[in-house]
Write a protein that binds this ligand. Sequence first.
Ligand SMILES: *Cc1c(COP(=O)(O)O)cnc(C)c1O
Length: 220
Amino acid sequence: MSDPATRLADIRARIEAAAKVAQRKAAEITLVAVSKTHAAEAIEPLILAGQTVFGENRVQEAAAKWPALREAHPGIALHLVGQLQSNKAEEAVALFDCMHSLDRPSLVAALARAMDKAGRQVPCFVQVNIGAEEQKGGCAIGDTPALLAEARAAGIPVAGLMCVPPLDTEPAPYFALLDKIAADNGLSGLSMGMSEDFETAIMLGATHVRVGSALFGPRA
Ligand SMILES: *Cc1c(COP(=O)(O)O)cnc(C)c1O
């Protein structure tokens, strides 16, 4: 595989091209570089190449890797893209600048408490189980308005909606559906699209794309 700076430039060019097709500005789209399972030595070259927003899916792993990296490289924003257990809410609020997996009332309560205690408001995307898959995280489509209302009532800044479409299916209908649910609920933030489908997601309105393997290479 090519070097990290070249891969980053390639992904940025593809974001730019997809935005252009959709008559959008690439600057409206945040590239979240998902660095889960990758060591600091793999992450640092991307930071040096100018990437500032990173994503991790586990609190423990992020807590082990990122404090030192952030001390060495100020100005990084760290996003949580994976499921969060309520008992890790305080740690997550201290560590992350944005969360993409708010998906149930108990987590709204835990995060609101943790944010109040820390005096730190962390924007959260509400994750929607867009394919109604039994094993998957995310709140049911029908429960989304109520969960959004709970989050707002609890004082959690709602960044928008997030989804992970079912594997091995055409993702576009799911992205379009998430966009519609967001619009119906007055939200403009859309966290959708990964290495295999971020261009489609951008054409359907993504404001945040979460790209891992296309930037870092395959995970072990
Ligand atoms: C791992 C992960 C990604 C990145 O996946 P790639 O296919 O490697 O780009 C995006 N979103 C979530 C929620 C993830 O867990």
